[in-house]
Design a protein around this ligand. Structure first.
Ligand SMILES: Nc1ncnc2c1ncn2[C@@H]1O[C@H](COP(=O)(O)OP(=O)(O)OP(=O)(O)O)[C@@H](O)[C@H]1O
Ligand SMILES: [Mg+2]
Length: 268
C-alpha cells in the first residue's frame, strides 16, 4: 500500500498505457493525469477507445503495457481479489444502468450494501434513503420496479447504487445518451453537484457536447490512441487540434436545434 498521498498527486494517472485487441491497437501509449476533485470529460470519435480507457481505471480491462496509478499504486498488476478494493473506490455508472429488472428500486440499491458491507438492515434502509435523496428521488420510489421508471429515473437509481458504497472516483460512460435535453440537464447538474457534495473526482465519457461543456473542469481528447489535447473547455474551443474544434463546433447548431432557449439559460 502506498503512503498517505500528497494532495497534489493525481488521484489517477496513466503512464504510457498500451492496449490492442488482435492486430488493432486501441490505446497507443496514453498519458493522462486526473486531478483530485475535478470533473474530467473524455471526448473522442466512436470506437477511439474511450470505454476501454475507463475500464483500465478499475481493472475491468488490463493494458498490454504501461501503468495505471490510483493514488500512486499501480493497479495493473493486482489480482482479481485485490481489484475489489479498487472497484469500491472507483465506482462506475454503466451506460445501460444495469439495474436488476426483477428487483425493486430499494433492493437494487441495497444489493451492493448487502454484498460488500456488514451493515445491518436498518442501517441499509437509512443508507438507501440517503443516497436516493442525493439523486433527488423520494422514498416513494423504493417499492417501484425499474420497468415503471423513466429513463432519467433509471439513471438516477443506478447512480444512487453506484454512490452507496462511497466511492472516491465516479466514472460515467455516456450518462445522457438516449435522454431528452431537459432530462439530460438534470443528470448534468447531478454530476456536478454530487462531485462537490461527495468530494469525489469524476470522469465522464460523452458524445453530448452540451453535457461536456456543462460538467467539465477539463477536457481530454482521444485520437489515434493518444490524448492529443487536455485543457479547459475554453482552451478546447481554440485548440490547435482541428477535430476537437470540429466536435465542439458541431454541437453549436445542435443545441439551437434541440432547445433554443432552455439550454443556454440553464448552463449559467
Ligand atoms: N473486449 C474487446 N474485444 C475486442 N475488441 C474490443 C474490446 N473492447 C473494445 N474493443 C475494440 O476497441 C475499440 C475501442 O472500443 P471502445 O468501446 O473503447 O470505443 P469508444 O471510444 O468507447 O466508442 P463509442 O463512442 O462508440 O462508445 C473498438 O474498435 C472496439 O471494437
Ligand atoms: Mg464507449
Amino acid at each position: 500500500m502506498p503512503a498517505i498521498p500528497e494532495p497534489s498527486q493525481p488521484i489517477l494517472e496513466f503512464r504510457n498505457v498500451w492496449r490492442s485487441f488482435g492486430k488493432k491497437t486501441v490505446l497507443a501509449g496514453i498519458n493522462l493525469a486526473i486531478h483530485r476533485g475535478e470533473v474530467l470529460v473524455i471526448l473522442g470519435g466512436s470506437g477511439t477507445g474511450k470505454s476501454v480507457t475507463l475500464r483500465q481505471m478499475n481493472g475491468l480491462d488490463h493494458p498490454d503495457r504501461g501503468e495505471v496509478l490510483l493514488d500512486g499504486e499501480d493497479i495493473t498488476k493486482l489480482s482479481e481479489t485485490e481489484l475489489w478494493r479498487v472497484r469500491r473506490r472507483v465506482g462506475m455508472l454503466f451506460q445501460s444502468g444495469a439495474l436488476f429488472d426483477s428487483m425493486t428500486v430499494f433492493e437494487n440499491v441495497a444489493f451492493a450494501l448487502r454484498e460488500h458491507t456488514q451493515m445491518s438492515e436498518p442501517e441499509i434502509a437509512r443508507r438507501v434513503r440517503e443516497v436516493l435523496g442525493f439523486v433527488n428521488l423520494g422514498a416513494e420510489v423504493e417499492t417501484l420496479l425499474p420497468s415503471s421508471l423513466s429513463g432519467g429515473m433509471k439513471k438516477r437509481v443506478s447512480l444512487a447504487r453506484t454512490i452507496a458504497l462511497q466511492p472516491e472516483v465516479l466514472m460515467y460512460d455516456e450518462p445522457t445518451t438516449g435522454l431528452d435535453p431537459v432530462t439530460s440537464m438534470t443528470i448534468n447538474r447531478l454530476i456536478v453537484d454530487l462531485n462537490t457534495r461527495l468530494s469525489t473526482t469524476s470522469i465522464v465519457v460523452t458524445h453530448d457536447i452540451t453535457s461536456a461543456l456543462y460538467v467539465a473542469d477539463r477536457i481530454a481528447f482521444l485520437k489515434h490512441g493518444q490524448f492529443v489535447f487536455t485543457g479547459t473547455p475554453a482552451e478546447a474551443k481554440t485548440s490547435s487540434v482541428s477535430e476537437l474544434r470540429a466536435f465542439l463546433e458541431a454541437s453549436d447548431g445542435e443545441e439551437e436545434a434541440v432547445a433554443p432557449t432552455l439550454i443556454p439559460q440553464e448552463r449559467t
